[in-house]
Design a protein around this ligand. Structure first.
Ligand SMILES: [Zn+2]
Length: 140
């Protein structure tokens, strides 16, 4: 994965950037009026209705707030898969797939980190990429 990967292969084009080391960052919005941080970046703040929304590179780690294992997946999606809410370290709550051993589901409040992976495939097999989270392997 690198910064030159085609945006056409992303489920949400323009929401992921890569730093010099090719680590992914989610790009959210920061409201210039009230300071609300949101993902993805809105055109209008849902809190104060301001249209002054700035780009904001979000934290890459957070805590697993909740997740659910989905067995009835949409066409082209792997099954089963886990979908999660993650509370990023900068306070933004993100809904995203969770990459984990579903036979041994993770516990809540563990630290997770942002990765980019395959969300699903087009009918011709072309992968569609998206942001997702995986548990951080803590040093023992
Ligand atoms: Zn606002």
């Amino acid at each position: 994965m690198n910064a030159s990967a085609s945006e056409a292969n992303y489920a949400l084009p323009g929401t992921i950037s890569f730093d010099e080391a090719h680590r992914p960052r989610l790009m959210g919005g920061l409201c210039a009026q009230c300071g609300a941080k949101v993902f993805p970046k809105p055109k209008i703040c849902s809190g104060c209705w301001s249209t002054e929304q700035q780009d904001l590179a979000l934290a890459t780690r957070g805590k697993l707030y909740s997740f659910s294992i989905v067995h009835a997946a949409r066409k082209g999606w792997p099954s089963p898969y886990a979908i999660a809410y993650v509370d990023l370290d900068d306070g933004v709550r993100i809904c995203a797939p969770l990459e984990a051993d579903l036979a041994h589901p993770p516990t809540l409040d563990i630290t997770v980190e942002l990765i980019v992976g395959t969300l699903r495939a087009h009918a011709d097999g072309t992968p569609v990429l998206s942001h997702r989270f995986k548990p951080v392997q803590e040093a023992r």
